[in-house]
Design a protein around this ligand. Structure first.
Ligand code: TYM
Length: 348
């Protein structure tokens, strides 16, 4: 690879800056996905990066998915990406199962990752719950496939919410062990990009729990497909405490629900928490919640409208994904081939 001023040094080798990130089509998109991940995906495509964004359907099926719902959710997620501002002209937009090199490299990396590493993953413990023996093998090995998603592009930057940090540290461990075991500088040390006021959006019903598409309570989250009335109602009913908003961020320290609503406001308005509190400090929630609801409707309604319009033409979404898969495979095919060569596979 030739060097450019933008190249980054990793593991002694030179890798071009390249962004990869993914979202599971295991339900609808939430405000957490939008603020924690997608908003950053959009801004990175306009920076000096090559950007690849992925619907990770193979990851989704680590827990049971109804096939018709999975198909619907995958297309709706693609619509959500595009409606939020990800341009298929600027970014490569793909569905994971359409680029088989992800699963192929996933197997190799499963042979690099250690059981003990996987056992430490908090997301596995949360998802498997008390009955870990009954969890799928895929759920246990999930982070090895995630490492493959990233490394099969030699991606150097991965924008994600806070909850993915541990998986990205593991990706570095897997890359380093591969490089070490085979005596190569082949996989880069990927940098997590966890930035902004809302890297961990919390449930609207419980400030100690992450906002999640798998929470049984629909009132706990804002879905990107919610209409204006539903968004306003959910914000009005969000759990809060009885005090007015403080005028400085320090005053939010032991107030998780208040902090969550202020963080959401800041991220939606592209303001800092201090700027939000300078404007709204002293306000009661009776005043702040309607202001937040207006802002959320203002920012999210155009996205949900555009998603619905795109979903009227699923064949066009499928065309965009097929084109993305072709572009992606131009990158992944030679990287997988080289991986096979390094490992000693004959005839590849
Ligand atoms: P997933 O589908 O759970 O979430 C997708 C992205 O949304 C972020 N996110 C949040 N951010 C802030 N607050 C929240 N409440 C919130 N909920 C979700 C997540 O941090 C994530 O960035 N394992 C990944 C998918 C994946 C992936 C990858 C990501 C597979 N391969 C390779 C990056 C690179 C996941 O389950 O995301």
């Amino acid at each position: 690879m030739s060097e450019t001023p933008n190249d980054v040094r990793a593991a002694g080798a030179t890798f071009k800056p390249r962004v990869f990130s993914g979202i599971k089509p295991s339900g609808g998109l939430t405000l957490g996905n939008y603020l924690g991940a997608i908003k950053r995906f959009v801004s990175m495509q306009d920076e000096a990066f090559e950007t690849i964004y992925c619907m990770v359907d193979l990851h989704a099926i680590t827990v049971w998915q109804d096939p018709a719902a999975l198909r619907h959710n995958t297309r709706e997620l693609a619509a959500g990406f595009i409606a939020s501002g990800i341009s298929p002209e600027k970014s490569i937009l793909i569905n994971q199962s359409q680029v088989p090199e992800h699963a192929q490299l996933g197997w190799i990396l499963s042979c690099i990752a250690r059981m003990g590493w996987m056992q430490r993953m908090t997301q596995f413990k949360d998802k498997a719950g008390k009955n870990a023996q009954n969890a799928s093998l895929g759920l246990f090995g999930y982070p090895a496939l995630m490492a493959a998603d990233i490394l099969v592009y030699h991606a150097t930057h991965v924008p994600v919410g806070e909850d993915q940090k541990q998986h990205l540290e593991l990706t570095r461990d897997i890359a380093a062990k591969f490089n070490h075991d085979y005596g190569v500088d082949f996989f880069p040390m990927t940098e997590p990009v966890i930035e902004g006021a809302a890297t961990r959006v919390m449930s609207l019903r419980d400030g100690s729990k992450k906002m999640s598409k798998s929470d049984p309570s629909d009132a706990s989250r804002i879905n990107m497909t919610d209409d204006a009335d539903t968004i306003a109602k959910k914000i009005r009913k969000a759990k809060t405490d009885p005090d007015a908003l403080p005028s400085e961020a320090k005053g939010l320290e032991s107030r998780p629900e208040a902090r969550n609503l202020v963080n959401i406001y800041a991220a939606l308005a592209d303001m800092s928490v201090d700027q939000v509190l300078a404007a709204h400090g002293g306000a009661q929630f009776g005043t702040f919640k309607p202001a937040l609801a207006d802002l959320a409707v203002d920012k999210l309604a155009p996205i949900s409208g555009e998603m619905a319009r795109l979903m009227d033409d699923p064949a066009e979404i499928d065309r965009i994904l097929a084109h993305g898969a072709t572009q992606a495979r131009e990158i992944t095919t030679p990287i997988l081939k080289k991986t096979y060569e390094i490992v000693g596979m004959v005839g590849n």
